[in-house]
Structure formats: structure tokens, C-alpha cells
Design a binder for this molecule. Structure first.
Ligand SMILES: C[S@@+](CC[C@H](N)C(=O)[O-])C[C@H]1O[C@@H](n2cnc3c(N)ncnc32)[C@H](O)[C@@H]1O
Length: 307
């Protein structure tokens, strides 16, 4: 299993990250809004509720949550350059928010917490012990009856680790193809890199990305996405063909460009796998909102997890 490190800002600049995720991604802004609505409901009527955003990155969504009256917010990320950028963005709100450079699996907040929330963070945490450690840390610092509102991308249900790869391809083909159609070529390229990271994580940890592989993804996504909207089993066959060709292009050499050599460490799962993970810690899945295409393709999920 590849070690996950705090290098996201070496892959994409804070400015570019915030811009493409908020303005160009097909579903992320909708999920941001849904997470905010969940958090707002949780804290309404509470005096100075203690709220923590985990894996905040360069504070892309933090200002949205500062629209909630009385919220007392702490935003945490272990990437120093992202946190430096977050501090700049959050300067005008100084009295109501603090950005902290810390690892969420060990961070200890000075007061019990009403609400934790995260967006697009959970699938970056290494599976097994590390994910359990962070979830346990969150659970133990929540007040009884407190909530963890978690937004993340989920794949459709899969039956094996090989089948998971196919679901990864079908999901990303949808996102990348739509980015291409809207002329968001940089987003398409970044999502193509993320797709490759997700295919190699926990499956072929020595494999590295190459420009040729990125072009291959960009060339295949349209036909996979067009097919998946009508006939998912056809799209599955195409995804299998794509995977075979990709395997022939396996690369073990760094190319000397951190934006391609480094991995984001993505490992996306399905709704049922996610539920087992959080229920194992003691959380109750109280509500879920799904945003996106058919369940057979995948989607953005926002969960209300109750302690
Ligand atoms: C995809 S970004 C999401 C950023 C932000 N939540 C958003 O929606 O724009 C994931 C973030 O999680 C951070 N991260 C991953 N593991 C972490 C950990 N163990 N502790 C703190 N931050 C972590 C990464 O540094 C990265 O900034």
C-alpha cells in the first residue's frame, strides 16, 4: 500500500484547485451547498457552535460555511502550502475562524465539537488502520448526539477489486467527458490523472502515470460515458478493453514533473463499503443525499453521520 503524504499542493496550485473544483466540476458545487445546508440545520439554535472542517485544502469552501451565523470554525489540513493559502483567504474573517496545519488522525481540539464536516477528503485517507484512526479521532471528540457531515464521490456497487476498477473508469469517464464537452480541458486532464491514481492505489502501487496514459484516458472517456448513460453493461465491456490497453502501457519511471509523478492517493468506494467503514466506528448513518447520474454510474453523496 502506498504511503499517503501531504503533497497535494505539489500536484496542483491552490488557486487552480479552487477555481476548477468550484466553477467547472459537474457536481461539486451542488454537494458543497448540500453539506452547508446539513451543517446549518445542525447548529441552528446553538450558541457559538464548535465546528471543524477537516481536509479543508486551500479553503475552497470554508467562506461558504462562515455565512452561517454564530459558527465558530476551525479548518484543518496537513498540506502546509494549502493551509498558508487558506490563511490568506480567511484573513477577513479572523475572529470567527482559525486555519490549522495538522493531521486529522492525531489533531486534538481544545473543546468538545458539535459538528465536523468534510468534502472530497475521505477517499484520500489510506484504507485500513489510517482511516479507522481518523474516524475514531473524529468520533471521540464529538459531543454525544453530535454529527459528522461528510460529502464524497462514490462508485456504483462492485463485487471484487477488479470490478472496482471498472466502476472507477465508468464514474470518471462521466466526469471527464463532461468537462471536455464544456471546454474545461485543464479539469479534464486533472481528473484523468486522478482516475489513474485511483486505479493504481492498493492495486499496483509501483505503477506511475505517464503522458501517454493521460492521453489514452482522454481519448476513451467519451465513448464510455455515452454508452453508460444508455447501457451500463456495454460501458463495462468498453472499460475492460480500456483497462487491458492501459496495462500494456504500465510505467515504472518518474518523468521529473511532480504534477504527474505524485499521486493524490484517491481510493473511491461504493455506498455499502463506506457505510461499513463508518458504522464499524460507531456512527449511525442518519441521512444521505445523492447528487449525480444513475446509481450505476456513481455520484456525489452527502452523509449525516450521528454519534
Ligand atoms: C481533495 S482535497 C479537498 C479539499 C477541500 N475539502 C475541498 O473540498 O476543496 C483533500 C485534502 O485533504 C487533505 N488531507 C488528506 N489527508 C489528510 C490528513 N490525514 N490530515 C489533514 N489533511 C489531509 C489534503 O492535503 C487535501 O488538501
Amino acid at each position: 500500500m502506498a504511503q499517503h503524504t501531504s503533497t497535494y499542493s505539489k500536484i496542483i496550485s491552490p488557486e487552480e484547485y479552487n477555481r476548477i473544483m468550484t466553477n467547472e466540476h459537474l457536481y461539486i458545487a451542488l454537494a458543497d451547498k448540500s453539506i452547508k445546508d446539513f451543517v446549518e440545520k445542525e447548529v441552528t439554535g446553538k450558541t457559538n457552535p464548535e465546528v471543524i472542517e477537516i481536509g479543508c485544502g486551500p479553503a475552497r469552501i470554508t467562506p461558504l460555511f462562515l455565512q452561517i451565523p454564530n459558527i465558530h470554525l476551525t479548518a484543518i489540513d496537513y498540506d502546509l502550502d494549502f493551509i498558508d493559502h487558506a490563511k490568506k483567504i480567511l484573513k477577513p474573517y479572523d475572529s470567527r475562524v482559525k486555519a490549522i496545519n495538522a493531521d486529522v488522525s492525531t489533531y486534538v481540539h481544545p473543546r468538545p465539537v458539535d459538528v465536523f464536516y468534510s468534502e472530497g477528503f475521505h477517499h484520500h485517507v489510506q484504507k485500513g488502520e489510517v482511516v479507522n484512526k481518523y474516524l475514531t479521532n473524529v468520533y471521540s471528540q464529538l459531543k454525544n448526539g453530535g454529527a459528522y457531515i461528510l460529502g464524497d464521490e462514490n462508485l456504483s456497487e462492485y463485487t471484487s477489486s477488479e470490478d472496482r476498477l471498472i466502476k472507477v473508469i465508468v464514474w470518471y469517464a462521466h466526469i471527464i467527458s463532461n468537462a471536455k464537452k464544456s471546454g474545461f480541458n485543464y479539469l479534464a486532464q486533472e481528473e484523468a490523472k486522478t482516475l489513474l491514481d485511483d486505479l493504481y492505489e492498493n492495486y499496483d502501487d509501483e505503477a506511475l502515470k505517464s503522458k501517454e496514459q493521460i492521453d489514452l484516458v482522454l481519448n476513451w472517456v467519451d465513448k464510455i460515458d455515452e454508452t453508460s448513460s444508455e447501457n451500463v453493461s456495454e460501458a463495462t465491456l468498453l472499460a475492460k478493453n480500456f483497462l487491458e490497453i492501459l496495462k500494456q502501457k504500465r510505467n515504472l519511471k518518474k518523468i521529473g514533473d511532480t504534477t504527474i509523478d505524485l499521486s493524490r492517493g484517491d481510493f473511491k468506494v461504493s455506498d455499502s463499503v463506506f457505510r461499513k467503514e463508518v458504522q464499524g466506528i460507531g456512527f449511525k448513518v442518519e441521512k444521505v443525499e445523492r447528487i449525480g447520474p444513475s446509481k450505476d454510474v456513481g455520484g456525489l453523496y452527502v452523509y449525516l453521520l450521528r454519534k
